[in-house]
Design a binder for this molecule. Structure first.
Ligand SMILES: Cc1ncc(C[n+]2csc(CCOP(=O)(O)OP(=O)(O)O)c2C)c(N)n1
Ligand SMILES: [Mg+2]
Length: 360
C-alpha cells in the first residue's frame, strides 16, 4: 500500500475528531471503572485496555454496521465503540450502549445477558457482536462458522476477532484459521501483541519474529500495524477488510503494543515484579492519545492549545481527574455508571433461566 492511497487519506476532519473522542472514551471507561472499584462501588476483576485503545478504535472505525466483532477480556470498550460514529446515544446503532455495558460490568439485570455472567461475557446477535468464550482463541471458530453461514446466505459481511498474542499458542487458533483459509472465509484475526500473556513473555509463546508470521502457514496475508498509531491500525485493518469482502479470505493483523499494567487489577503488584521496570517505562512511553493529537496538530486539525486542554495521556488510573477528559466523554460514561448503580440485581427465580430446558 503506498502512502497516498492509504485508507486513512479518505477520512475527513470530522472523522479525526470522532476518532480522538473515541480514544478518550475508551480510556475514560477504563480509569473510571478503576476509580469506582477503589471507591467501593464496584466489585470484580478489571482487565485494562489502557495504552491499547488505538487498536480498538482504529480497527472498528472502518467497519460497516452489519459487520461482526468478537471482543475478549482486554477489549471491553469494543462493545460500545462498534458503530459509534452513528451516534453514541443512537439506540439503533449496531453497537451496545454504555448503559448496557456498565450494567454488564456491575452484574445487573439490565445487561443484555441479564447478568448471567460478568465482564466480556456478553454479546448481541442483533448488533452482530459475538459473545466471548473463556477459552482463549475460542471465538475464532465461532466467528468462522458465522461467516460461513453469512456467505451461504449471500451476505458480504466480515468479522473482526480480537485476541492476545498468547492466545495464538492455542491449538484452536490454528484449526480455526486453517478452516477459514481453506474456505476463504472473511475472518480477520486481530492480534493485540502486548508482549505478555499474564506472566508469560511473548518469546515463550511464539517462536517466529512476528506473530503475523504465523499467517504464512495458512497461505494468508499477515499484516503488522503499530498498535499505538490509530491510523496505522485503521489502514492495515481496512486492507484486510477489503481483501475479505472481495472474497479473498482471512488475514491476520498483528498490532504491536504493550500491556501497561498487570494482567488484571489483581495482578498489578505482581506484574511490577515479573516485568523489567525499564521495559514497562518504555512500553508506556508511546501513548496512543498523545500520538494521535500530535498528528492532528501537525496536520492543522487541532491547535496546540486545544491539544493541551484535556491532558489524558501519560497518567496512571489514580492520577486522572475528570478535567483531563472532554465533558461529553465524562457525561456519556457517567450516564452508564449511574444507570448501572440504579439497576437491580437479577431476581432469584431467573437463576435457572437459559440453563436448563423447561418442560413443554
Ligand atoms: C485456554 C485458556 N488457557 C488459559 C486461560 C487463562 N487466561 C485468561 S487470559 C490469559 C492470558 C492471555 O494472554 P494474551 O492472549 O496475550 O492476552 P492479553 O491478556 O495479554 O490481552 C490466560 C492465561 C484461558 N482463559 N483459556
Ligand atoms: Mg498479551
Amino acid at each position: 500500500m503506498d502512502a497516498k492511497s492509504a485508507p486513512h487519506r479518505k477520512l475527513d476532519l470530522d472523522d479525526h475528531r470522532e476518532i480522538l473522542a473515541q480514544l478518550y472514551l475508551a480510556r475514560y471507561f477504563d480509569i473510571r471503572l478503576n476509580k469506582e472499584k477503589k471507591r467501593g462501588r464496584l466489585r470484580g476483576t478489571l482487565y485494562s485496555s489502557h495504552n491499547q485503545e488505538a487498536i480498538l478504535v482504529g480497527s472498528l472505525y472502518g467497519l460497516r454496521p452489519d459487520d461482526w466483532i468478537s471482543p475478549v477480556h482486554r477489549d471491553m470498550p469494543a462493545f460500545f465503540l462498534k458503530d459509534c460514529k452513528a451516534g453514541w446515544r443512537n439506540e439503533d446503532r449496531m453497537g451496545l450502549s454504555i448503559k448496557e455495558i456498565c450494567a454488564q460490568v456491575w452484574g445487573k439485570v439490565d445487561s443484555p445477558g441479564r447478568a448471567r455472567d460478568n465482564w466480556s461475557h456478553v454479546g448481541s446477535r442483533d448488533k452482530h457482536i459475538l459473545h466471548s468464550t473463556s477459552m482463549l482463541a475460542g471465538t475464532i471458530p465461532v466467528a468462522a462458522g458465522v461467516m460461513l453461514a453469512d456467505r451461504l446466505d449471500g451476505r458480504d459481511t466480515v468479522v473482526l476477532t480480537f485476541n492476545g498474542e498468547g492466545s495464538t499458542a492455542q491449538g484452536v487458533f490454528h484449526e480455526a484459521i486453517n478452516f477459514a483459509a481453506v474456505h476463504k472465509l472473511p475472518v480477520i484475526t486481530i492480534i493485540e501483541n502486548n508482549q505478555w500473556a499474564f506472566g508469560t513473555p511473548v518469546h515463550l509463546e511464539v517462536p517466529t519474529k512476528h506473530v503475523a508470521d504465523r499467517a504464512k502457514g495458512y497461505g494468508i496475508p499477515g499484516l503488522i500495524a503499530d498498535g499505538q498509531d490509530v491510523l496505522d491500525v485503521y489502514d492495515k485493518v481496512m486492507e484486510a477488510v477489503e481483501w475479505a469482502r472481495a472474497g479473498k479470505g482471512p488475514s491476520i493483523v498483528e498490532c504491536k503494543t504493550f500491556r501497561a499494567y498487570g494482567h488484571g487489577d489483581h495482578d498489578d503488584d505482581r506484574a511490577a515484579k515479573y516485568r523489567d521496570a525499564d521495559q514497562v517505562k518504555e512500553g508506556r512511553s508511546r501513548d496512543p492519545i498523545h500520538i494521535f493529537k500530535q498528528y492532528m496538530v501537525e496536520n492543522g486539525m487541532l491547535t496546540e492549545e486545544d491539544a493541551q486542554k484535556y491532558p489524558a495521556e501519560f497518567k496512571t488510573a489514580m492520577q486522572f481527574t475528570d478535567h483531563d477528559f472532554p465533558p461529553d466523554v465524562v457525561d456519556y460514561m457517567t450516564e452508564g455508571v449511574e444507570f448501572a448503580l440504579k439497576s437491580e440485581l437479577p431476581p432469584e427465580d431467573e437463576a435457572a433461566m437459559w440453563v436448563f430446558r423447561e418442560d413443554d
